[in-house]
Design a protein around this ligand. Structure first.
Ligand code: ADP
Ligand code: MG
Length: 688
C-alpha cells in the first residue's frame, strides 16, 4: 500500500481533470484530491426509490413514474405547458413555463416518464414545476444506489461532474487514507469512513438527519472543522501580538471638546467601552477588539471617539460599513462631528467612479484625508493609505474574517493598523469564543436614556385595512414609518419587484401620504436620494426591502410595518425593528403576518412581542430552530463553514476548545495541517 498523502495527490491524477477543469477547481480553492473529498455536499436528494403519486407530500422532492394522459398549452396568467401524469395510484400535474414545441410533442399521451422534482400544491392539486424528466425505456438505468449528493458549485461545473470526481477520489482514498489529525478516541468515526458516508450515503441513510446536519458522520467533520478554525484564529492572534502598531496617546482636550459638541452624555456602558478601546490604542500591540452592542445602543459614537484618538495622534482611520446606505449615513455623522474640528473625510464606495474616485484615492494616498469611510471598496488593490493607524469595521457579521484581514494589510507604515469591529448581532458567549477567538470583547449593555422600548404587535394580513389606517393616521400626524417587504427568495430582482408593487398599491390607498421606495436594485444614487429625503422628513412612508436592515438611523421614524415577518429569522427581525425606537417618541412595530402560522412561526412572533432584548431574542432563536431549518451565515452572523454551523453545533464548542488545547500541547505539528485542510486560504492568516 502506498503511503503518499492524499493532500499531495494532484487534481490531474483524477480522470477527466484537464487544465480547464483544474483551473475551475482551483478557483474554488481546491488543489488536491484531498480537497475534493473535503468539498462536502450541501444537501441530498433521494433518487433511490419511486414514490406513488398518491403518497406524495408537498414540499418534498420525489421520483415518480407514470404515463402521460394529456399535455396542453394553457393560457392563464402565464402561458404554460401542462402535462397530466398518472401512475395507477393517482394523477399529478407537470408544469413548464419555458418549453418548446418539440417538448410538447415528446410528452404525448401514453408515453411513460420518470420525473424528479419538488412537489408543490398547485391550483388543481399537486404539481411538479419544471421537473427533470426522461422517457422510461427498457434500457434505462435503474434508480440511484445511494442518496444523491448536491455540491456547492460554480458556473459550468455540473453536479454530475462532482459526483464523478468524488467517486474517483473515494477510490484513491482506499490506498491513500487521509491522515487522522484528531487525537485518538476524540471521535468514534474514522475520518475516511465519515467522508465516504457523506459523499455516498447509503439508500437507507436518515435523510432528515443528514439534511439537519446532525448525522454523526457530519458531526465528526464539523468537530474537526471547528477545531481547525479555532486553531487558525489562535494562530492569527499569536502572530498579531508579535506585531507592532502605532501608539496613539489620548488627547484629553480634543476628547472633551468632541464630547461637548455631541449634544448628549455618553451612557455608562459607552464610557466603559470607550475607555477599554482608548487603552488599547495607547499600546504598541495591535488592538483587536470586538464591540457588541444591541441595536441602538450607540456604537457609532464610540467608534467616533476611537477615530478621534487616531486622528489626533496623526494617523488615518478607516471606517468600513457593509452597505452604501450605512456608509453614507456614517459619512454624514462623521462630517458633522469632525469637519468643525478641522479633519478631512474621504469617501469610497463602489458607485464612485472616474475623476471623483481618483480624487478620493489621491487624498487617501497623500494623507490629506484623515478619516476614510466606505464599503468593501476600501480594501481594493488601488486603495493606498499614507499612514493608516486604525480600522473600524461596522456590523462585522456582514463581513468575513478574510475581508477584515484584507483591510488589515492596508498599512503602508510597516505597522499593523489597530482594529475595532462592531456588531449588533448578539452572539452567545460560547460561540463568540470560537468565531471571534482572535478578538477581545467589549459589550455595550445599556441603551441611551429616554428610549421607550418598541411596542410590537402581530396582526394577520386579513386585518390589513386596519394597519393601513394606522399608517395613515401616524403619517398625517407628522410621524414617519417604514413598510418592509420581505421575500424568501435571495433574488434582489424579485424583492425589488415586490417592493415596487407594494409601494404602488400603498400609494393608491394612501393618496395624501408621500411614499418613497428603496431597494437593492436601485442605482446607488437613487437609493441615497430616497434615504436622505426620508431623513429630511420629505417622505412619510418608506417602502423598503431588507436593505435597510442594518444600521440605518432616522430617529423620527416611529412606526414599522414588517410584511410576512414569518419569513425572516428572529435575528433579522430584531435588526429590522431596531430601525425604530431611536428617538424619544414611543415607537411601534407591526408584524403583518400571513396566516395560518406554524407552531414555530407563532413562537417566533411571540418572542418578538415579548422582548426588545437582542440577547434574549438570540437565545429564543436558538431554541426555536427546528431541525433542518438552516439559517444562512449572513443571518447567523458567523463566517462561512463547510459543514459546521456555530448555532447548530453549539454543543460541540466545549469539546472543540478542549481538543484544540490538547492538540496545541501534545501535537503542535498537527496544527498547520489541520488549518490547511479546512481553510485553504489559510495563507491569509499566515500572511499577517
Ligand atoms: P447602533 O449601536 O445601533 O449603531 P447608533 O450609533 O446608530 O446605534 O445610535 C443610535 C442613536 O442613538 C443615534 O441617533 C445616536 O445619535 C443616539 N445616541 C447614541 N448615544 C447616545 C447617548 N448616549 N444619548 C443619547 N443618544 C445617543
Ligand atoms: Mg450602527
Amino acid at each position: 500500500m502506498s503511503t503518499a498523502a492524499l493532500n499531495t495527490l494532484a487534481l490531474s491524477s483524477l480522470r477527466g481533470v484537464g487544465p480547464k477543469l483544474e483551473s475551475k477547481l482551483r478557483k474554488l480553492g481546491l488543489e488536491s484530491v484531498q480537497d475534493i473529498l473535503f468539498h462536502l455536499p450541501l444537501r441530498y436528494q433521494d433518487r433511490t426509490r419511486i414514490t406513488p403519486i398518491a403518497g406524495l407530500q408537498p414540499g418534498r422532492d420525489a421520483v415518480i413514474e407514470g404515463e402521460v394522459r394529456a399535455a396542453d398549452v394553457v393560457y392563464g396568467r402565464r402561458r404554460s405547458l401542462v402535462c397530466r401524469l398518472e401512475d395507477g395510484s393517482g394523477l399529478i400535474t407537470l408544469r413548464f413555463f419555458h418549453f418548446s414545441l418539440q417538448q410538447k410533442q415528446q410528452l404525448a399521451s401514453g408515453v411513460r416518464l420518470r420525473c424528479y422534482g419538488e412537489v408543490r400544491r398547485g391550483p388543481s392539486g399537486l404539481e411538479l414545476v419544471h421537473p427533470e424528466y426522461q422517457a422510461t425505456s427498457p434500457a434505462m438505468s435503474g434508480l440511484a444506489a445511494t442518496l444523491t449528493p448536491c455540491y456547492p458549485s460554480t458556473e459550468g461545473l455540473h453536479q454530475a461532474s462532482w459526483r464523478k470526481l468524488t467517486a474517483q477520489a473515494l477510490k484513491l482514498m482506499q490506498n491513500h487514507p487521509p491522515v487522522e489529525l484528531l487525537p485518538a478516541q476524540a471521535t468514534a468515526w474514522e475520518l475516511a469512513a465519515a467522508l465516504r458516508y457523506l459523499h455516498q450515503p447509503p439508500a437507507n441513510a436518515d435523510l432528515a438527519l443528514l439534511t439537519a446536519g446532525q448525522h454523526p458522520a457530519q458531526q465528526r467533520l464539523a468537530l474537526e472543522e471547528l477545531i481547525a478554525h479555532h486553531l487558525g484564529l489562535l494562530q492569527l492572534r499569536r502572530q498579531t501580538r508579535r506585531q507592532r502598531s502605532a501608539v496613539m496617546p489620548v488627547n484629553a482636550g480634543a476628547r472633551a471638546n468632541f464630547l461637548a459638541g455631541l449634544g448628549f452624555e455618553l451612557t455608562r456602558a459607552q464610557q466603559r467601552v470607550s475607555t477599554e478601546i482608548s487603552k488599547d490604542l495607547t499600546c504598541p500591540v495591535p488592538m483587536m477588539r470586538l464591540v457588541q452592542g444591541d441595536v441602538g445602543s450607540g456604537k457609532t459614537v464610540v467608534a467616533a471617539l476611537a477615530a478621534l484618538q487616531g486622528v489626533s495622534a496623526g494617523y488615518q482611520v478607516a471606517l468600513m460599513a457593509p452597505t452604501e446606505i450605512l456608509a453614507e449615513q456614517h459619512l454624514n455623522s462623521f462630517r458633522q462631528w469632525f469637519e468643525p474640528l478641522g479633519y478631512q473625510i474621504a469617501w469610497l464606495v463602489g458607485r464612485l467612479k472616474g475623476s471623483a474616485r481618483t480624487e478620493q484615492l489621491q487624498q487617501i494616498a497623500a494623507g490629506s484625508a484623515h478619516i476614510v469611510i466606505g464599503t468593501h471598496a476600501l480594501f481594493q488593490q488601488q486603495v493606498r493609505f499614507a499612514r493608516l493607524g486604525l480600522n473600524i469595521v461596522d456590523e462585522q457579521h456582514r463581513f468575513g474574517v478574510h475581508q477584515r484581514l484584507l483591510l488589515q494589510q492596508k498599512s503602508e507604515t510597516g505597522r499593523v493598523p489597530h482594529q475595532l469591529v462592531m456588531t449588533a448581532t448578539p452572539i452567545p458567549r460560547t460561540l463568540a469564543m470560537t468565531a471571534y477567538a482572535d478578538l477581545d470583547c467589549s459589550v455595550i449593555d445599556e441603551l441611551p436614556p429616554g428610549r421607550s422600548p418598541v411596542t410590537t404587535v402581530a396582526i394577520e394580513n386579513n386585518r390589513r385595512q386596519q394597519v393601513l389606517q394606522r399608517v395613515h393616521s401616524a403619517c398625517t400626524e407628522g410621524q414617519q414609518a417604514y413598510w418592509v417587504c420581505t421575500l424568501v427568495e435571495e433574488s434582489e430582482m424579485l424583492q425589488a419587484q415586490a417592493a415596487e408593487a407594494t409601494a404602488e398599491a400603498l400609494q393608491q390607498v394612501l393618496q395624501d401620504i408621500n411614499i418613497g421606495l428603496v431597494h437593492g436594485r436601485q442605482k446607488p444614487a437613487e437609493k441615497a436620494a430616497a434615504m436622505s429625503a426620508f431623513k429630511r422628513g420629505e417622505i412619510d412612508l418608506l417602502v423598503a426591502t431588507t436593505v435597510i436592515e442594518v444600521g440605518v438611523d432616522v430617529p423620527n421614524a416611529s412606526l414599522m410595518i414588517i410584511e410576512n415577518p414569518e419569513r425572516l429569522g428572529l435575528a433579522q427581525l430584531h435588526q429590522l425593528r431596531g430601525r425604530v425606537g431611536r428617538g424619544r417618541k414611543q415607537s411601534h412595530c407591526v408584524l403583518l403576518y400571513q396566516g395560518p402560522l406554524s407552531q414555530t412561526g407563532k413562537s417566533r412572533l411571540q418572542a418578538m412581542r415579548q422582548s426588545n432584548d437582542g440577547f434574549f431574542i438570540a437565545e429564543r432563536d436558538l431554541e426555536l430552530r427546528g431541525p433542518g431549518e438552516v439559517l444562512g451565515t449572513r443571518q447567523t452572523g458567523m463566517m462561512a463553514f463547510r459543514i459546521a454551523d456555530l448555532l447548530r453545533d453549539q454543543s460541540l464548542i466545549d469539546e472543540v476548545r478542549r481538543l484544540a488545547a490538547r492538540i496545541v500541547e501534545h501535537y503542535p505539528e498537527r496544527v498547520e495541517p489541520l488549518v490547511q485542510r479546512w481553510i485553504p486560504q489559510g495563507d491569509i492568516y499566515a500572511g499577517i
